[in-house]
Write a protein that binds this ligand. Structure first.
Ligand SMILES: [Zn+2]
Length: 127
């Protein structure tokens, strides 16, 4: 995937800069791929089903859509703090627990290093 197909954004939780590789909806190139795949499947099934092989279009579309949305959801979780916006919309407690679990499993996360660094600043005596 080329750089033009990425979306720059910031994590809503830790404010780290991020790049999203997938979009919320299918893009024009995906519809073209679905069309080409449907033509291929219809051509392969033509000896048995003649033009009824075109019924593969909604099946291919659904598989494409589900796969793409799964990749999008996977890409949406922040790699630095584990925050997932979709879980936050559904259930805040679950999203909070996911972030806590993620930070426990990844003690070298840049988010934790930043927090520890800022606590050191506040705990050091000024004089
Ligand atoms: Zn984050």
């Amino acid at each position: 995937m080329n750089k033009a197909n990425t979306k720059d954004c910031f994590c809503a939780h830790c404010r780290s800069p991020r790049k999203l590789r997938y979009f919320r909806r299918l893009q024009v190139q995906h519809y073209f791929q679905i069309l080409v795949l449907t033509i291929g499947v219809t051509a392969a099934l033509y000896p048995w089903l003649v033009w009824k092989g075109i019924i593969s279009l909604p099946v291919i579309w659904a598989i494409f859509d589900m796969t793409y949305k799964t990749l999008y959801r996977k890409d949406l979780a922040c790699p630095y703090c584990g925050f997932d916006v979709t879980w936050y919309k559904k259930d805040v407690k679950v999203a909070r627990r996911q972030v806590e679990d993620f930070l426990k499993q990844n003690p070298e996360s840049p988010v934790l290093r930043r927090v520890n660094k800022s606590q050191d600043i506040f705990e050091t005596p000024l004089n």
